[in-house]
Design a protein around this ligand. Structure first.
Ligand SMILES: Cc1cc2nc3c(=O)[nH]c(=O)nc-3n(C[C@H](O)[C@H](O)[C@H](O)COP(=O)(O)OP(=O)(O)OC[C@H]3O[C@@H](n4cnc5c(N)ncnc54)[C@H](O)[C@@H]3O)c2cc1C
Length: 481
């Protein structure tokens, strides 16, 4: 395992900032304040640094996805007419090998970052004694109080466990424990078609597991542009994933070998393991927030203003513990903005309104800004330009013929309103559109730009040309030409 708490244990008892939690929000908030010369103490209750992002969530699941793509030969499938699949006889150890290496190097990277910023680290469970004192209880039950000007709560979230389901982590898993499964199953049920459920369902399908995804809604990922979500669903169906919508799990039974899910309609799904991905809840238990006067909203989320300051002025909160969008990159930015405000650093005063989102399904999808549906709901006129990977030489070369980039823009001034992308590198390429949106650019920016050839990035140019055709037709219909 990577460096743990050998960092700096001689914590003195008075600080400018005490941070609770070492996930993306805690680490980056601590580093932000320390960079500007503040004395910072970071408290972590787990044996390892990095929070859900490094240990149970983002990094492990994305590494597992990469391994699944590699061993299944999915990226190469159809390129050379050869079967590249190494999934037969694959063990969990082989599957998790790279995940462990990547997680260990992330521990080292975080450790070095904290050390470089001279951030003191203590291990223990933190709680608030008052608006300027944090109490830490170590593994031996000893307590130590730390005085501080500012407190940053970055305690993250944990998987929500629906009532009536016993998580034994042998047959019935949550999104933390699935990474510790003992053997790769032949059959699996995933309950919950949100981001985490869809990602794991697609990954295991790519590995050749027979996966059934159950969701009480009527479609996959309802907040995603419908055209993109529809393409994702049909590609996953082609890959072998079975979707069961408009169904709730009424009963869960298990024995040594199988899990049996009884759905509301009476349908039964028998499988080797089940993963419940039914959302997450914020980690506030035991922090003593109410006693100090920190206001809590629905579902235990800490209420904050635009500076991520709670109802107690010296106490800030950032990351999953404050709720939506509950993403690693956004959590980091929230914490930085909070610390800029807390110490009046006058540097990064708000989190950008342009926030991309990636869903690492197979294939991956990514988006920023408004979808067609969001425009319609807001009564905003819009036009669309599309580019397809099967018309792109790079798409042909890499064999991704189902990718698509879609630009949503305003007819009045051609300003970009949203970017929606499915296919290889969507999570990377979306940033081209995000930067254009942040700069208030029109789709003409892509038409003027020069791109490397052959690339997937030049899909922006062809989607813009397509949009321009739409725009001319629209002007003609409006009698503007
Ligand atoms: C399966 C999965 C996949 C994900 N994939 C992505 C993705 O692809 N992209 C993305 O952007 N996001 C992803 N996320 C979300 C991302 O992991 C979270 O948004 C991010 O980790 C939140 O960071 P955080 O710092 O708020 O909290 P966390 O990362 O949860 O860290 C909180 C830390 O606080 C510690 N802590 C809690 N209470 C106390 C206490 N009382 N005392 C001391 N320490 C305490 C915890 O031990 C933990 O280390 C994923 C999440 C999951 C579960």
């Amino acid at each position: 395992m990577g460096p743990r708490f050998g960092l700096r244990m001689m914590a003195t008892s008075s600080y400018d900032l005490v941070v609770i939690g070492s996930g993306p929000a805690g680490e980056k908030g601590a580093a932000q304040a320390a960079y500007f010369g503040k004395r910072v103490l970071l408290v972590e209750r787990e044996a390892v640094l990095g929070g859900a992002a490094v240990n149970t969530g983002t990094v492990p699941s994305k590494t597992l996805r990469e391994t699944a793509l590699y061993v299944s030969g999915l990226r190469q499938r159809g390129l050379y007419g050869l079967d590249y699949s190494f999934t037969a006889g694959l063990t969990v150890e082989q599957l998790m090998h790279r995940e462990r290496l990547v997680v260990e190097s992330e521990h080292a990277i975080i450790g070095r970052n904290l050390e470089r910023h001279r951030i003191e680290v203590v291990r223990g469970v933190a709680s608030l004694v008052n608006a300027h004192t944090v109490r830490v209880r170590d593994a031996g039950g000893r307590e130590h109080d730390y005085r501080t000007d500012v407190i940053l709560i970055a305690t993250g979230s944990s998987p929500y466990h629906p009532p009536g389901v016993t998580f034994d982590h042998e047959r019935i898993y949550d999104s933390d424990s699935i990474l510790r499964m003992r053997a790769i199953p032949k059959t699996m049920a995933v309950v919950g078609g949100g981001v985490i459920g869809s990602e794991y369902a697609s990954m295991f399908t790519a590995l050749g597991v027979q996966v059934t995804l159950v969701d009480s809604g009527d479609c996959l990922l309802p907040f995603v542009d419908r055209e993109i979500a529809g393409r994702l669903q049909s590609q996953l169906t082609r890959l072998g994933l079975r979707f069961v919508f408009r169904e709730r799990v009424a009963k869960v039974a298990r024995n040594a070998e199988r899990v049996n899910l009884v759905l509301g309609s009476g349908e039964q799904i028998a499988c080797e393991i089940a993963l419940f991905a039914a959302g997450r809840q914020s980690n506030i238990e035991g922090l003593g927030l109410e006693a100090v006067g920190v206001r809590i909203g629905q579902r235990g989320l800490i209420l904050v203003n635009e500076h991520y300051q709670t109802s107690v002025p010296s106490v800030y909160a950032a990351g999953d513990v404050v709720g939506f969008p509950a993403l690693a990159g956004t959590s980091m930015e929230q914490a930085r903005v909070a610390m800029v405000h807390a110490f009046d650093l006058r540097y990064k005063e708000q989190v950008s309104a342009i926030q991309p989102l990636a869903i690492y399904t197979v294939p991956e999808i990514s988006m920023v800004g408004r979808s067609e549906e969001a425009c319609r709901q807001a009564g905003l006129p819009y036009l669309v330009g599309r580019a397809y990977y099967d018309k792109s030489p790079r798409g042909q070369i890499i064999g991704d013929l189902s990718g698509m980039l879609k630009l949503v823009f305003s007819p009045a001034d051609k300003k970009l309103l949203g970017v929606h992308h499915i296919g290889e590198l969507a999570s990377e390429l979306v940033h081209i559109g995000a930067h254009a949106m942040a700069g208030g650019e029109t789709i003409d920016a892509f038409i003027r730009a020069v791109y490397n050839y052959p690339t997937l990035a030049d899909s922006y140019k062809y989607a813009a040309y397509d949009g321009l055709d739409e725009w001319r037709t629209w002007r003609h219909k409006q009698g503007l030409d």
